[in-house]
Design a protein around this ligand. Structure first.
Ligand code: PLP
Length: 504
């Protein structure tokens, strides 16, 4: 916490011979004995935030800009930003600036950190494969499957580039490729890795058919049937499908709704149990939306090194930070090749093109061999189209747009839940991605709710899908990947009624 001086920091004097500005007014009021100047600047900025000039996730003017706008000293500008920080209106991001925080989401509390048993168990993924979450039509919003609306896919640009790839590179597009995938996309992936903090060469990259395949091949490369994999709890249900299909056991580790896996518990488990691998979504996890801070990511890598245990890092949502720079991947801290990084363009561009990648570190040869065995190589045309889109600058422009859309969709969903669900409902506060994790009050049963909602044509993902042992019976995950529509509000309102009617 900052402590505040009683009198404001030094001011610079107004310039002579020009029209009076708002800054001059502020200075005159200050000179007349009103609130310190830095507080007045903070008040002005606060009014701009309240009126929507700056919206959640926007960067407010930098110290330099404030100095120019208000003709004040660095100390005064800094103090103004600190006032805003103390008021909870902006948050500082290292080396980037100050960003407007999302308004407090009405009454929704955060769920408590999870408390799974912490012992290895058989993995039951049957729910994940049987429940219908409403996947499939990007024109039809669903609160169930974690998919995005067609408005968030750059359809025209990708179609054009796909056509060009097929027309101008027919031999590449119509022949068997080698397992690592096209060089063009591997170069693109290597270049973009610098944004996530890791530096790799195109030779370190294996292109896959989505992140699902990357995760499957990675887990397979580092385990044998009967092994135990440590996972965060709750966890992405498709990971459970992989573990179950490979005859692996899981040990569930507690996780915090904002900061992810509990590293103390993971350290205990690594000390006491034979763990073959750890598998996580460290950045904007599915289903909670939690994001491990950098320090925790660095500590995780040290733990892995101590026990010589590999990590399968699923990072499909890392590019979807609602504001500020992209969080660093755990891979950024990996010096010994222990992290098998899995990325994808499904969440940022198009899930249907099925383009993802693995950066398997020291397990590269095993992974390439597995890729060859499973399906030889990923189809080249989508890879070439995506590489052209990213390298041509379209991806950055597109990301800027969709990050704001995802942020607004998350905010709208949280507000609607707050309006229509009982006040005792708890919700996570993701800063990126497009899934939201809710804890229902008074033991409302998520599977029963799922059935009642499905009967009304509403899809949700019930909590037990996200645990190998059927936990989280009073949780549901909502997808926020579609632009807000009146029908979304109606669905959430109906869900709220169903929850209220089921409270014990
Ligand atoms: C955490 C996570 N990993 C992987 C995937 C699947 O990615 P892809 O479509 O690239 O296979 C999803 C999709 O919802 C996901 O949420």
């Amino acid at each position: 916490m900052h402590s505040w001086p009683h009198s404001g920091p030094a001011q610079s004097g107004p310039e002579a011979g020009r029209c009076p500005t708002e800054a001059d007014t502020v200075r005159r009021v200050s000179a007349a004995g009103a609130a310190p100047l830095y507080e007045q600047i903070a008040d002005t900025l606060q009014a701009h935030i309240r009126s929507g000039v700056y919206r959640p996730g926007d960067r407010v003017p930098s110290v330099r800009k404030l100095r120019e706008q208000h003709r004040v000293s660095v100390a005064t500008a800094l103090a103004a930003l600190q006032v805003l920080e103390n008021r909870g209106l902006v948050a500082a991001r290292p080396q980037s600036g100050h960003y407007v925080r999302a308004p407090d989401r009405l009454h929704l509390r955060e769920p408590e950190p999870s408390t799974p048993p912490g012992v290895a168990c058989h993995v039951d993924a049957s729910l994940a494969v049987t429940l219908n979450l409403g996947i499939g039509d990007p024109h039809e919003p669903t609160l169930g499957a974690a998919v995005q609306g067609i408005e968030l896919v750059p359809v025209d640009a990708l179609n054009r580039l796909l056509g060009q790839a097929l027309r101008f590179q027919p031999s590449a597009c119509h022949s068997y490729d080698a397992p690592p995938g096209t060089l063009a996309l591997r170069q693109t992936v290597a270049r973009r890795g610098l944004d996530a903090g890791y530096a790799v060469s195109p030779d370190d990259v294996v292109i896959t058919s989505g992140a699902k395949e990357a995760v499957y091949l990675s887990i397979r490369a580092v385990t044998r049937p009967g092994d135990t994999v440590a996972i965060e709890s709750p966890t992405y249900y498709a990971l459970l499908e992989v573990l179950a299909s490979l005859g692996l056991r899981a040990v569930e580790i507690a996780s915090h709704p904002r900061h992810g896996i509990d590293l103390d518990q993971l350290a205990d488990v690594l000390r006491t149990e034979p763990v073959a691998a750890v598998a996580l979504v460290p950045t904007y996890a599915n289903p909670t939306g939690s994001c491990m801070p950098d320090a925790a990511k660095a500590r995780l890598v040290r733990l892995l090194e101590t026990h010589d245990v590999p990590l399968v890092e699923d990072d499909v949502y890392g590019d979807l930070a609602f504001s500020g720079p992209r969080p660093r991947a755990v891979k950024a801290f990996d010096r010994r090749g222990l992290v098998l990084y899995c990325g994808s363009y499904s969440k940022t561009l198009s899930p249907g093109l099925r383009v993802g990648w693995a950066i398997p570190g020291r397990y590269r040869d095993q992974l390439q061999l597995l890729k060859l065995v499973v399906n030889q190589a990923t189809a080249p045309a989508p890879q070439l189209a995506i590489a052209a889109f990213v390298d041509g600058g379209g991806f950055d422009r597109h990301l800027r747009r969709v990050r704001r859309m995802y942020r607004d969709q998350m905010d709208a969903t949280l507000r609607a839940v707050s309006r229509h669900f009982p006040p005792q409902t708890c919700a996570t506060r993701p800063d990126g991605g497009h899934v939201l994790w809710l804890q229902l009050p008074d033991g409302v049963d998520a599977l029963e709710l799922h059935g009642a909602a499905a009967a009304a044509g509403i899809r949700i993902a019930p909590g037990p899908m996200f645990s190998p042992s059927g936990g989280y019976r009073d949780f549901v995950r909502l997808n926020t990947g579609f632009p807000w529509r009146p029908s979304t509000e109606r669905q959430i309102e109906h869900l709220g009624h169903l929850v209220t009617a089921r409270r014990r």
